[in-house]
Unconditional design. Structure first.
Length: 355
């Protein structure tokens, strides 16, 4: 018998969820998403459960993102079904459930937290990261966009930081994660189990539940060290506060120094379409509710799942053939038309709606 991909346990008044694919860096499958949606609504109503803990199995990752290889197989005719529709629909339902959860949702992030993993952690009430924390929203590298509520939380970071992270897939360690507000606190890996035990022993109830969790986390929190982002923010704001990808590229070309050269080189490897729709996503979601943002992102996801989209070429180049040489279409920023961008935001027949 193979191990379940996701584990659920009630212990010391805590609902404990363990993402259980350590060899795959706990990447999310559709089955795991369906199991979450089956269990967590009941836990929310169960008076014996005072809070939910989410963690990843193994010593490398919390969750490295969504398992997109099956989406690739279906979209390239190697399998049949409705996964390209259902995966995103069901994942976004879970993201919204976490965002609106009535009890503390505490992610213990002891390693890599990227893409779909961020969707499970950043929208909860509390996220705690160890020294092994590594954050990124790397979707543009495979011709996609920062989904799972990326349009909502990235636009609420300071300055142009969200745009910078969304476009470049820049990785953050724990000090920058805390500084940016992507995680709430740093707790050393060696103390994570003690933190969970203390949460189990604590009084967590009623309107003050989140403050009670804050107080427990504070007892274990450690100094994450000096962040690197503050020294970069002036450059980030100058170069990435722009209306179009073309303007961002021009800003980077005009900006002196190695930092701008590095960011420009990173952007030039990405799908021009993915960059354009990501920038449009951030504009449209900046002042919208979480639910509106998720509906926008679902429409985008379905456009990206159409055969021939850059997503499939990106997955092929990075994850299937691993030649690292995607052939984007169009291949230049200038080749992306307004109509191509707009096509990603049109309503779809099974639009994502929330009760």
């Amino acid at each position: 018998m193979s191990e379940p991909e996701i584990l659920f346990e009630v212990k010391d008044g805590l609902g404990v969820i363990t993402l259980n694919r350590p060899k795959a860096l706990n990447a999310l499958t559709h089955g795991m998403i369906l199991e979450l949606e089956k269990v967590i609504p009941g836990w929310e109503k169960d008076t014996k459960i005072k809070a939910v803990i989410l963690r990843g199995a193994g010593d490398r990752a919390f969750c490295a993102g969504g398992d997109v290889t099956n989406l690739y197989r279906e979209g390239t005719g190697h399998s049949t079904g409705t996964l390209r529709r259902d995966f995103f629909y069901d994942e976004y339902i879970v993201n919204r459930r976490i965002y609106r959860y009535a009890k503390p949702w505490i992610s213990l992030i002891d390693g890599i937290d990227m893409g779909g993993g961020v969707g499970l952690s950043v929208h909860g009430s509390h996220s705690v990261a160890s020294e092994k924390f590594m954050f990124a929203m790397p979707e543009t590298t495979i011709g996609l966009f920062p989904d799972v509520g990326g349009g909502y939380f990235l636009t609420r970071l300071r300055g142009a930081l969200g745009t910078f992270l969304a476009l470049t897939s820049h990785r953050l360690k724990v000090a920058d994660g805390v500084w940016a507000g992507i995680v709430d606190a740093h707790v050393p890996s060696a103390r994570m189990a003690d933190l969970q035990a203390a949460l189990g022993a604590a009084e967590i109830s009623g309107p003050g539940a989140n403050r009670q969790v804050d107080a427990v986390i504070a007892r274990f929190a450690a100094d994450p060290g000096l962040p690197s982002l503050p020294a970069m923010m002036a450059d980030i704001d100058k170069c990435f506060s722009a209306e179009t990808v073309g303007e961002i590229v021009a800003n980077l070309k005009e900006h002196p120094g190695e930092w701008a050269e590095k960011q420009l080189a990173a952007l030039m490897k990405l799908s021009p379409t993915a960059m354009a729709i990501t920038l449009e996503q951030l504009k449209r979601c900046a002042n919208r509710s979480f639910e509106d943002s998720m509906t926008i992102e679902y429409r985008m996801s379905q456009a990206c799942m159409r055969p021939g989209h850059d997503f499939f070429e990106g997955v092929r180049a990075l994850l299937i053939d691993k030649d690292q040489k995607p052939k984007w279409n169009p291949s230049t920023v200038e080749g992306v038309t307004r109509a191509m961008v707009e096509a990603h935001f049109k309503p779809v027949s099974n639009d994502l709606t929330f009760d």
